[in-house]
Every structure is written in structure tokens, then in C-alpha cells.
Design a protein around this ligand. Structure first.
Ligand code: GLY
Length: 565
């Protein structure tokens, strides 16, 4: 077996390890399964997804079940009130992508978050009803099911309703999160919501209101959410709280099939999310910029590797902020942005002697062109179909606005627009005109649900939450397996770092990187940030091993769980 994993991968970095030794450890394998697997942020959601597969359903049936089970058991990011993206690869190798990203309400306008003096009021795009974009999740799961699903909706959603009625058990990590956000729940909501109570690990949380909302989906399909009683309750609640979303916004929402971004990296073919996510485009830019370098020889998390990735990320995020937005509203020069010629030029001013300050990096000039809190799951079914799905409310518990009658939180996705060019959003991302607010426009995302092929065969399904750090976490996970021969589990557990052009800092997970290495980077002009609580991404993935079995990688940073058979 070639993948003898991290013990042996360390041999590959002997050169750089001479100066920065890395502890040699045995490889950790995630769950191994023969035929099918679901990896998600909660055991309940993975279990329900696998049960649907065992019943004979396919990955798209399991998608609906897993997504809704996350809405019940992981309200931090699982949702009916948010949106997401799905990338798929069928057993015959055909690929595609589904965009169920939220949209700006029809009454939205460019300067809606600026005060009289033109200053951004971030709380308006981050907290409460005005922050809410038109939710896309229910449209997404029904659109995927309409095209590819095989089981009746009732069979798929009944176990989820049962979970909502029976309740889920709160984990330690969940307790900490509920406690952290309690004050904001109380500030944003007029009535005390169930999640603002004193919740401790081991408590069982039932959600009867959500069970009733899910029953409306069984009875009426997607219209059970976008029209009728649920839609009316949702719009009344939003408008009572100062929102601008209307029944017409809900009724006219549609999920859209997109062509995914597809590119090669050495012997891999990467299929990832296209705009309105920046994920696939940035991932392609970074991987094409680093492709000519011998990163395997530099070693995992070693100085030259960190420099190379940081510099490629700097240039990709600078382009992101200028060129990317909703493709239904702006023209994106995608082919040029990910072409080897253009990216080769972008790296011309890079060298290993010193950092390129971000002030010296702007978006690239294109010839002829004028112009932490999300959740991911991966599914491979027993028929050979694969999906990679990232779904979000944007911030933790979204806008914190909770509809007690319907049983779910609403997103604050409007903050992913650029409220004012040059002013950072909650992830510190700077935007330009391409991502300005407009009625019915989709806000730019960083979500990067990704599928990777090797020798034209399925090799990996991977993704993560983490706002702007999503792209760099997916990147490092793919490289950890492809360049550094790690197992899937080791690849998701490995310490990560992140850079995004502005602010001009490189963030590192704390206590995980060699201090001398960080000192050397500082000496070369890199600003290092190792905040105590910094977690970069929470990656879930599935790897197809050489013998055809599947290995799950469920990130140790969360309660993430792989299940399969
Ligand atoms: N709301 C996070 C993202 O879409 O990137």
C-alpha cells in the first residue's frame, strides 16, 4: 500500500525537517467502509443519511435527509433558513453543480447598510431581520431530488421528523456555543427562544415546531416552504422585526444548476463550485500557481510550503475581491483567471527571500477585460454517485433571528455582499463593485464543496465551513493526501494556516507550528497571528482508497462523524 501515511510522508520532508523536526506519529485512519458513506457535522445526520442509503436511496435522497437532519441537530449552521451549494459526480463520471445560495430581496439596494454619512453599519447586515437573504435550502434539496432522487419524500423526511420529535442530545461543544451566543439571541429576538435557555451538555432538545414545518414539505413539496402558511408566518415575522423580505421574494426563488469549475493539478482533476461562490475559482488559481513547485520536497507545513501557499493565496484573494460576484449579474473572466499563462505571470514577483506585502499586490490585469460558520457534508453512495455539499446560515446561528412558530434560525447572508467597496465584511473580506448589493442578486461566497478525480476515477469528496478560510482549508486537505501521503483522517486533523491578501497576516492554529519556523517567517516579512481560540475550518471528506474501500475523514475539531457500510 503506497499510502502508508504520515509516518512515511515525513520521510519526504527530510530536507526541511533538518531545521524544523516534526513529531513522527502513526497514521490515524478514519472509518473504513466498503460501499457507501456519509460524513457530516453530527452523528444524527450521518446516521439518518446512511439509513436512507441502506434503504436503497441514492446520494441525492441522502442529501435531503442529511441536510434536514443537520437543521434539526446542528442549528449552528444546519438550516432551512439559509442556502448552499452542491457539487456532484455521477457513477458514469458526469459532473455538475447546484446553486441554492440565498438572494437579496427585491427591495434590497446598494447602500442599504450605510448610514447618512456613508459609513457601513455592520450590525444591520449581521444581526436581525434586515440581514436575511431569501433562503435557498429547501429549493435546493427539492431541485436535487427532482433531477436525481429515487425515494418518495415521505420516506426521506419521516426519520428527520422523528428526530425533531424525539430530540437530540447536546454535546459539550454545542453547550459552549449556545452559551456564547445566548446574549445575542436575547438581543435580537423579541420573545425568548428555546435556544436562549440555559442548555447544558446531555440535555435533550426537541423541536416540535420544526417537525411541523418538515411535515409541510412532505405534504406540499417545496411550495410547503415558499408559499402558503409557512411562507406567510416567515414573512410576517421578518417584517415585524424590520425585514424587507416579501411573499413574492419567496415565491420567485429558484435554485440554479451551474457548470462547476474544473481543472487539473498534476495527476488530479478537481471539480469545485463555480460563482456565485469564489471557492472553486480561488482553489483553481492557488493550485495552478503552486503546481510548478516541488511542494512534496519542501514538506508538510514547512517554511517554503507555507510561503508558497501564502503567496498564491494572497494573489488569488486579491483577484477574488475584484472580479468575482453573481454570474447572473456580472461578467466573470473565469477561463482567463484560472489559465496557467495568467497565473504564471501572477507569481512572477514571488521569491522565497521575502514576503510580498499585500499593498504591493492588487488584482491582476487581464488582457481584454475592462472591467465560521457553515457546515459541510460529503456522501458517496453504493451506486458510485458522489456529492459534496456546503450549506450555511453565514454567521453562527445566522442573523440570530429565530422563528419560534417554524423552528429555525434565519441567515445573515446579506453580510457576504460588499456593503461598501474597500470595507471588510465579518470575515475581513474586501469587496468591489462585482459584489455590490442589487435586488435578487446572489452574494459572493467562499464555500468550496469539491470532488477530486485521479485517473478519471473518483478519489475524494471534501469541504468545510469557515468563511474565508474555507478555500485554504480545502486546499491544504487535498495537498495533505496528494502531496504528503496522509490518510483522510490525518489530512483533516492536520494543523492549518490561512492567508487572504487583506488583512496582510497569516493565521496559524495555535500551538501547532514550530516556533522557530514562525520566527523565520516573521524575519522574511510575514505577520503571524496565532490567536488562542483560532480554529481554521472543520473539514469533512471521503477518500476512495486504492483497494476501492472508502475512508472517512471527520474533523476532530467538531462533533463530526463518519458512518458507512
Ligand atoms: N457565508 C459564508 C460563505 O458563503 O462563504
Amino acid at each position: 500500500m503506497i499510502r502508508l501515511a504520515s509516518v512515511f510522508c515525513l520521510l519526504l520532508c527530510l530536507n526541511s525537517c533538518k531545521t524544523h523536526p516534526v513529531e513522527v506519529s502513526k497514521p490515524t485512519f478514519g472509518l473504513i467502509a466498503n460501499k457507501a458513506m456519509v460524513v457530516s457535522a453530527r452523528a444524527e445526520a450521518s446516521r439518518i443519511g446512511v439509513a436512507i442509503l441502506k434503504k436503497g436511496g441514492n446520494a441525492f435522497d441522502a442529501m435531503m435527509a442529511t441536510e434536514m437532519a443537520l437543521a434539526v441537530s446542528y442549528p449552528f449552521a444546519g438550516n432551512l433558513g439559509g442556502g448552499g451549494f452542491m457539487v456532484y459526480r455521477m457513477a458514469d463520471g458526469t459532473v455538475g453543480a447546484l446553486d441554492y445560495r440565498e438572494k437579496a430581496p427585491k427591495a434590497a439596494f446598494k447602500n442599504m447598510y450605510l448610514d447618512a454619512s456613508g459609513e457601513v453599519q455592520p450590525e444591520k447586515s449581521q444581526l436581525g431581520a434586515l440581514a436575511v437573504g431569501v433562503p435557498g435550502t429547501v429549493a435546493g434539496i427539492f431541485e436535487a431530488h427532482k433531477k436525481f432522487g429515487t425515494l418518495p419524500i415521505q420516506d426521506i423526511l419521516s426519520p428527520v421528523i422523528h428526530l425533531a420529535q424525539k430530540g437530540y442530545v447536546v454535546t459539550e461543544k454545542q453547550q459552549r456555543r449556545f452559551t456564547n451566543y445566548r446574549e445575542l439571541f436575547l438581543t435580537v429576538n423579541k420573545d425568548t427562544i428555546p435556544y436562549a435557555k440555559d442548555i447544558i451538555a446531555g440535555d435533550t432538545i426537541k423541536n416540535i415546531a420544526l417537525a411541523t414545518t418538515l411535515q409541510a414539505l412532505i405534504d406540499k413539496g417545496r411550495d410547503g416552504f415558499y408559499k402558503g402558511a409557512v411562507a406567510e408566518k416567515l414573512v410576517n415575522h421578518l417584517q415585524e422585526n424590520g425585514g424587507i423580505l416579501t411573499l413574492d421574494d419567496l415565491a420567485s426563488y429558484k435554485a440554479v444548476w451551474r457548470k462547476p469549475v474544473q481543472f487539473t493539478y498534476k495527476d488530479l482533476t478537481v471539480i469545485s463550485m463555480s460563482p456565485p461562490s469564489s471557492g472553486g475559482t480561488c482553489l483553481a488559481q492557488i493550485m495552478k500557481m503552486i503546481e510548478p513547485y516541488d511542494i512534496k520536497q519542501y514538506g508538510h507545513n514547512q517554511e517554503k510550503t507555507i510561503q508558497l501557499l501564502t503567496e498564491a493565496e494572497r494573489r488569488a484573494y486579491a483577484d477574488r475581491s475584484y472580479y468575482l460576484g453573481d454570474p447572473d449579474f456580472v461578467t466573470i473572466p473565469l477561463d482567463t483567471l484560472i489559465s496557467a499563462t495568467y497565473l504564471g505571470k501572477r507569481m512572477q514577483n514571488f521569491n522565497f527571500e521575502r514576503a510580498t506585502p499585500s499593498v504591493e499586490v492588487s488584482h491582476g490585469k487581464l488582457p481584454g477585460y475592462e472591467s465560521d460558520e457553515t457546515t459541510h457534508y460529503s456522501i458517496v453512495d453504493q451506486f458510485g454517485n458522489t456529492i459534496s455539499v456546503t450549506t450555511t446560515l453565514n454567521g453562527a446561528y445566522g442573523s440570530k433571528l429565530y422563528n419560534i412558530e417554524l423552528g429555525f434560525f434565519l441567515n445573515n447572508e446579506m453580510d457576504d455582499f460588499s456593503s461598501k467597496p474597500g470595507v471588510p465584511n465579518m470575515f475581513g473580506l474586501i469587496g468591489a463593485e462585482a459584489n455590490a448589493i442589487a435586488p435578487e442578486k446572489r452574494m459572493l461566497s467562499s464555500m468550496t464543496p469539491t470532488i477530486v478525480e485521479k485517473n478519471n476515477k473518483l478519489w475524494m469528496s471534501v469541504g468545510t465551513p469557515g468563511g474565508s478560510t474555507i478555500i485554504t482549508s480545502v486546499l491544504q486537505t487535498i495537498l495533505n493526501v496528494s502531496e504528503f501521503d496522509m490518510t483522510m483522517q490525518d489530512a483533516v486533523n492536520a494543523p492549518r494556516f490561512h492567508h487572504q491578501w487583506l488583512p496582510d497576516v497569516v493565521i496559524f492554529e495555535p500551538n501547532a507550528f514550530d516556533q522557530e519556523l514562525l520566527k523565520n517567517l516573521k524575519n522574511k516579512g510575514y505577520t503571524i497571528d496565532q490567536q488562542e481560540s483560532q480554529i481554521i475550518g472543520k473539514v469533512d471528506g471521503i477518500l476512495v482508497r486504492e483497494d476501492g474501500t472508502l475512508e472517512g475523514g471527520a474533523d476532530k475539531r467538531g462533533d463530526d462523524t463518519a458512518m458507512g457500510f
